[in-house]
Design a binder for this molecule. Structure first.
Ligand code: NAD
Length: 296
């Protein structure tokens, strides 16, 4: 059953973390009835609070009116009940923890629960659709649809795997625009899509500069920020991404440099420092050093 953009009314988001809450909020802002599912009540509570502060920011920046923000809130439902979540979903965007085994389990569960019509997408940063699609039971309806930050960085990657039905590509390109994103089509499956492929090289190099003790975290960031007039450097970016997410990616690379970088990330994770989301990572938040006058 092929879907058209007007057939998409109900959206299901799996995972209410950093990305799931943002994708879900944008779906609600764009007019979709949106259910956000997570196994953790705490994650859902945090999502509601974070979404409220994003809405305030959007109102302040005149991207939304107060009334539009209230309407968006009214379209959002939060649940830990998988059956209720899957009921009548037209479009599913999965943003659970970046771990292949976990994602395959979640897809097996929701592949069985969702109605036949549901379009399946994953927001994974570095996994390929061909590694996950068969777990859903409907690989032809499965495609990578990868957001970056949604509100700050508004690019979305559409990356089919070899078995994705071709009508899905056009539909997701259209849906991306409806969600206020710039859609980018990735013609062949590629780890890290287009932007993350380039970003991985930068973050990996920054990690090695630190683990080889060539530069301090601040000087590595200063170099990048000062030369390219950027708002943050690689370690600031890592704090935004989440050090746990970065660790999942880095620790899966077998080479020595990646393993050394993964060990550095793990030392922060073990100390409860996951980045912006826990208030501390390489920097402390909400006022990290790299935003101070005179840092660069
Ligand atoms: N953080 C980023 O900058 C970023 C950007 C683009 C894409 N992504 C991708 O989005 C996905 C999520 O990343 P994140 O940064 O939001 O992670 P996160 O740790 O902030 O959130 C993950 C959420 O998944 C939930 N979860 C874990 N197991 C679950 C299950 N079985 N069922 C339902 N929910 C479950 C957790 O409770 C948590 O709330 C990853 O695949 C990541 O690669 C992340």
């Amino acid at each position: 059953m092929q879907l058209k953009i007007e057939d998409i009314n109900k959206v299901l988001i799996l995972g209410a973390g950093t990305l799931g809450l943002r994708v879900g909020l944008q779906c609600a802002i764009s007019g979709f009835e949106t259910t956000i599912y997570d196994i953790s009540e705490k994650a859902l509570d945090t999502a509601i609070k974070t979404q409220a502060s994003i809405l305030k920011m959007l109102i302040r920046n005149e991207k939304l009116t107060e009334a539009q923000a209230e309407e968006a809130k009214g379209r959002l439902t939060f649940t830990t009940d998988p059956e209720a979540a899957a009921d009548d979903a037209d479009f599913l965007s999965e943003s659970v923890t970046e771990n292949l085994e976990l994602k395959r389990k979640v897809w097996a569960k929701f592949g069985a629960l969702c109605p036949e019509k549901t379009l399946f997408t994953t927001n994974t940063s570095y996994l390929l659709g061909s590694q996950i699609a068969d777990a859903s039971g409907r690989p032809e309806r499965f495609c990578n649809f990868h957001f970056h930050d949604v509100f700050y960085s508004n690019v979305v990657d559409v990356m089919p795997h070899a078995g994705t039905a071709s009508w899905i590509n056009d539909l997701l390109m259209e849906l991306g625009e409806k969600l206020w994103q710039t859609p980018v089509f990735v013609q062949k499956e590629n780890t890290g899509y287009i932007f993350n492929y380039m970003l991985m090289a930068l973050l990996g190099a920054a990690g090695s500069l630190r683990t080889l003790d060539i530069g301090s975290i601040e000087d590595i960031d200063r170099s990048w920020m000062g030369n390219f007039k950027m708002e943050m450097g690689p370690f600031g970016i890592l704090d935004t991404v989440g050090l746990d997410t970065a660790w999942h990616i880095t620790s899966s690379q077998p080479d020595k440099k990646s393993q050394a970088f993964a060990a550095l990330l793990k030392s922060y994770i073990d100390a409860g420092k996951l980045g912006v989301k826990t208030g501390e990572g390489f920097y402390t938040y909400p006022n990290p050093r790299f935003k101070e006058e005179g840092f660069v």
